[in-house]
Design a protein around this ligand. Sequence first.
Ligand code: 13P
Ligand code: SF4
Length: 365
Amino acid sequence: MPWPIASPAAEGCTKFRLGIGRPVPIWAPPLEGTAATMTALPTNLSGLDLRAEIDRLRKERNAVILAHYYQKPEIQDLADYIGDSLELSRKAAASDADVIAFCGVKFMAETAKILSPQKTVILPDVNAGCSLEDACPPEKFKAFREAHPDHIALTYINCSTEVKALSDIIVTSSSAETILQQIPADQKIIFGPDRHLGGYLNRKFGRDMLLWPGVCIVHEAFSETELLKLKGQHPGAPVAAHPECPPNIVDHADYVGSTSGILQFAKTMTGDTLIVATEPHIIHQMQLAMPEKTFIGAPGADGNCNCNICPYMALNTLEKLYLALRDLTPQIHIEEGLRVQAKKSLDRMLEMASGTVGKGDLGRA
Ligand code: 13P
Ligand code: SF4
């Protein structure tokens, strides 16, 4: 039985179709396997108080629950820490828990395992991938690197462990500016897999990095026409955008930064209404911290489409988190040689980003 999932596909969006247990963009090839190969969720969870059970298991297992801002509110509300990719990497590296339950996507859970190999790292749904990771197969990235031997590879954390192992320095959206500014201007750079983040950095810092052609399907779905209509309806309301947005969205932004940077901007802005051009689940933290302000998610092409809900993040549910804590599966395993190689580029990020203290880079394109 397919899992019931809240996703753009489930809500009639034409940009996605349901795959085997995960929503996939319509341009992606069909996933292999059949419904028979999927693990169906047990149906006997209905009488359980899931929040209480998760709490009990968290204590019993000495587990820490890390959640990204794009998780559903009910997951954010019970997490021990909520953060952006950089903050969650730091938490994973520093935590003294035995188990890390990572409520995010696979590359985030893998990052936790790379940094803390002695810990058990679980991800509620192993199909929680990322379109940027999918857009950058390691063998193609390796060939691209070999074709440009005088370039270093500065790579966005939204990629596979294999691609991290092929990279020199990892960045997140909140550390990219700080790190890029430490690299000499004449050093040639390959930047992947997000061409919009790379393009934004090129424009802002006058760099000429070679860009890998990946995109985030979520941020790609915002509509400039609809955004301009919304701005017209809320004159004076600033726009905060994630740098994964294409330039025609970023160009209308008053603030560009990571999820934590956007949250920080919402706290410090002078007005009382903000238009938010990133995955809309982050608005939950804004509403909790600033109930007196109004936060409006930027629209997709048809004005009310849910295309900008991340279909991968949405795969995680309370039920799956409970089962993952109970059974310690799905678990992240990484071959040791690969892990050690991938850790080098992540350690460089953590060293070079040490001045980025839990907030996004403030600025605009
Ligand atoms: P942040 O590091 O800004 O949280 O971004 C993660 C991500 O996946 C954005 O799409
Ligand atoms: Fe990947 Fe985009 Fe989802 Fe972030 S929002 S996890 S970049 S698909």
